[in-house]
Write a protein that binds this ligand. Structure first.
Ligand code: NAP
Length: 329
């Protein structure tokens, strides 16, 4: 099978397409013929090996897992002798988490891992990205702060993967939503449900007279201290980007009513992730949550896909399509 392999940390061109043997399932594993896999902002950080503390999990000198990619969608190709949750031919999606290996024609995951049957109407491309923005923003807005109807919520980076999901989730839970994005993404963010849109090139949202109960900076361009005056007295600042947030999180956990919060979604217990993913899948099934797809690349264009994602201007999600002929994406 063809797979994108990285044997060292570095720029996008460390990714090489190689012919590898197909994975064989252990008794509790399934092999998936990958129809689509995601290329995420987190993937580009893991490929470059930055920030350096991430290497404690990924491998100190080089990646422990050589085949890149985490999000996937495809069809079950083979099952291990003890698999009962899935059968050959099922359409599934999920994330390999620190197992990696989704940027390939086939990947192997445990049946009790982060894998679920796909909602019927959904494309493989959309399904492959669910565990990035949608799952992460569900974790932040629902699990971490239990967003409530009527709250004023600001989403910075509203046009990204986490942002496009966050705007829709916040709206679904009944919040008043302000999206912050560039002018070129204004109509996209409004179409996802934002009540108000701020163009970050013209207005610094931290310096208006407006205040929010939740500021979710999905792209980590601000900090708790910058946003403090834009929070209501019990307001919460959320960031999925660790830079600086850890210190504010520690400090505000002890002092003051305004809080800063961070969570690393991928390291949450499997049962917690699965519950969140069920909720996300139900919202997608019932048409409450849409997946925004920006560019699609063939697997052999993975270097270009990483270059594009690393540029920091994608709209929603980027996917790699598999090699299966005549498939309907
Ligand atoms: N902690 C966790 O569990 C977790 C999980 C997944 C991802 N993450 C992290 O979350 C971060 C966001 O990921 P993502 O995939 O959502 O990002 P992304 O899709 O790469 O974000 C790109 C978007 O951000 C917008 N943007 C760029 N500069 C901006 C600015 N100054 N103000 C407002 N918007 C701006 C861009 O719009 P324009 O083109 O208009 O500028 C673009 O649409 C990444 O750092 C990722 O590693 C964390």
């Amino acid at each position: 099978m063809l797979a994108a392999v990285t044997t060292k940390y570095g720029p996008p061109n460390v990714l090489k397409l190689m012919e590898l043997s197909c994975p064989k399932p252990k008794p509790n594993e399934v092999v998936i013929q990958v129809r689509a896999s995601s290329v995420t902002a987190a993937d580009t950080l893991m490929r470059s090996g930055t920030p350096y503390f991430g290497r404690l999990f990924l491998g100190i000198l080089k990646p422990k897992k050589s085949v890149s990619g985490t999000g996937f969608a495809g069809k079950i190709e083979a099952i291990g002798s003890k698999v009962s949750a899935f059968k050959i031919g099922d359409s599934v999606f999920g994330e390999t988490v620190f197992g990696f290996g989704s940027n390939a024609e086939f990947t192997c995951v445990p049946q009790d891992g982060l894998i679920m049957k796909m909602p019927e109407h959904l494309s493989f491309n959309a399904a492959a990205t669910i565990c990035d923005g949608p799952l992460t923003s569900m974790n932040f807005l629902k699990r971490l702060v239990d967003i409530k109807a009527g709250q004023r919520v600001l989403i910075n980076g509203a046009s990204g993967s986490l942002g496009t999901a966050a705007v829709q989730l916040a709206k679904y839970y009944g919040a008043h939503v302000t999206g912050v994005c560039s002018l070129s993404n204004d109509s996209l963010v409004r179409s996802l449900g934002a009540d108000q849109v701020i163009d970050y090139a013209k207005v610094d949202f931290t310096k208006t007279n407006l205040v929010w109960d939740i500021i979710y900076d999905t792209v980590g361009k601000s900090s708790f201290s910058m946003c403090k005056s834009a929070l209501t007295p019990n307001g919460i600042y959320l960031s999925p980007v660790l830079d600086g947030t850890l210190c504010s999180m520690f400090w505000t956990s002890m002092f003051g009513k305004k809080k800063a919060k961070f969570s690393a979604t991928g390291v949450l217990p499997k049962a917690v992730l699965k519950q969140l993913l069920f909720e996300v899948r139900n919202l997608i099934k019932t048409g409450k949550l849409d997946i925004v797809i920006d560019r699609r690349y063939r697997l052999d264009r993975i270097v270009e896909a990483h270059q594009y994602v690393e540029g920091g201007h994608k709209k929603g999600n980027v996917v790699l399509e598999g090699y299966v002929p005549d498939q309907n994406y």
